[in-house]
Ligand binder design. Structure first.
Ligand code: HEM
Length: 318
């Protein structure tokens, strides 16, 4: 959590809510699904001659599929020594692993991302993501870098961990960082209430057009950004109304403060009779809105992560 001297704020804005404590930008994501029963990979052998492919229309497991993200995830970022060929070799070994888990693990998806510097070297003719710049609210000891990201998702925690363990058992590379995430039981619409108490996953690209505009390049590639984010104590301490103003939606139902019900789009222009905007200027859903940033809608796959009790202070010293 943020230190108390950062906490008192007149208004809670996005910068105040979030502090990233670990991040990796990963370009060129290849995904394939291996069901709990351990069927064959259905997509993308990540060979250098073949850029990781993603199919905007059908979706790619671990990226757009399953439509309702699995309830558990283990993300591992590996530091792979050696040339880019060593990274491809590691990716191939991962692809060969059968991560079969008990049936209750549901659809187990394994998604691999190559760091921008590796993707550029392997596929110079393709557009690749850039490493993320430093953000003002990044923690000083933020973990960056790594060559290969492995996202394993499953419906059970043992499923995600077991499949990851099998994969990592084949790879001798150092783990740069790892995070276990979970999502609450989904609603029929596929949204879930996160640990900040708000419903998340309401607005996201769903149609083929939206996915083509904001998620996949014309070549069918996609880019992933992983951010480990701390919620500021000032947000947690705020009143319900204060938190709702910071997000722009009702905490109870997820309905936009501009009116309507849970699944409705926010109306950024809606005003009270006294001409005040119903969605505060600094509300997260306003700041992140495509109309505000001038970019198509991004795909989010959010998981809650717990600090590890007993492993030292859960908040930085103030
Ligand atoms: C722990 C960190 C975060 C939390 C708890 C959070 C929470 C939320 C919530 C509750 C909503 C409204 C419901 C919804 O539309 O699903 C939302 C919307 C959204 N968030 Fe976040 N968010 C976080 C970080 C981020 C970050 C880092 C980004 C982008 C870099 C982002 C992008 C978006 C977008 C694009 C929307 C949809 C806005 C719209 O068009 O209505 N969020 N977020």
């Amino acid at each position: 959590m943020n230190s108390p001297d950062e906490a008192p704020k007149l208004r809670i804005g996005r910068r105040d809510i979030f502090t990233a404590v670990g991040a990796a930008a990963v370009g060129g994501v290849a995904g394939w699904a291996l069901r709990g029963t351990g069927s064959e990979p259905v997509a993308a052998d990540p060979a250098p001659s073949q850029a990781p492919s993603a199919a905007p229309a059908g979706g790619v497991p671990g990226i757009t599929l399953p439509a309702v993200p699995q309830r558990h995830a283990r993300l591992t970022v590996l530091a792979v020594d050696g040339p880019a060929a060593a990274v491809i070799d590691a990716a191939r070994r991962i692809a060969a692993v059968d991560p079969a888990q008990p049936a209750d693990a549901g659809e187990v998806s394994v998604t691999i991302g190559f760091a921008p510097h590796i993707a550029r070297e392997l596929w110079p003719e393709r557009a690749t993501a850039e490493a993320l710049p430093r953000f003002a609210s990044d923690a000083d000891d933020i973990v960056e870098g790594g060559e290969l990201a492995i996202q394993v998702c499953a419906e059970t925690a043992p499923g995600a961990r077991g499949a990851s363990a099998r994969i990592l058992g084949e790879i001798s590379s150092r783990i740069a960082w790892q995070a276990d995430g979970y999502r609450d039981a989904p609603t029929p619409e596929g949204t879930a209430r996160t640990n900040i108490g708000f419903i998340d996953g309401i607005i996201k690209p769903r149609s083929a057009e939206e996915l083509a505009a904001g998620v996949f390049t014309a070549q069918g590639d996609t880019y992933a950004v992983f951010r480990r984010i701390r919620i500021a104590q000032s947000f947690l301490d705020a009143s319900v109304a204060g938190q709702e103003g910071a997000i722009g939606r009702s905490r109870e139902t997820g309905a936009p403060l501009s009116g309507g019900s849970t699944m409705d789009e926010i109306d950024l222009f809606a005003k009270t009779d006294a001409s005040r905007t119903l969605i505060p200027a600094a509300a997260h859903a306003r700041r992140a809105h495509p109309a505000n940033i001038g970019r198509p809608l991004m795909l989010r796959r959010s998981y809650s992560i717990d600090a590890t009790p007993g492993a030292g202070p859960s908040s930085p010293p103030s």
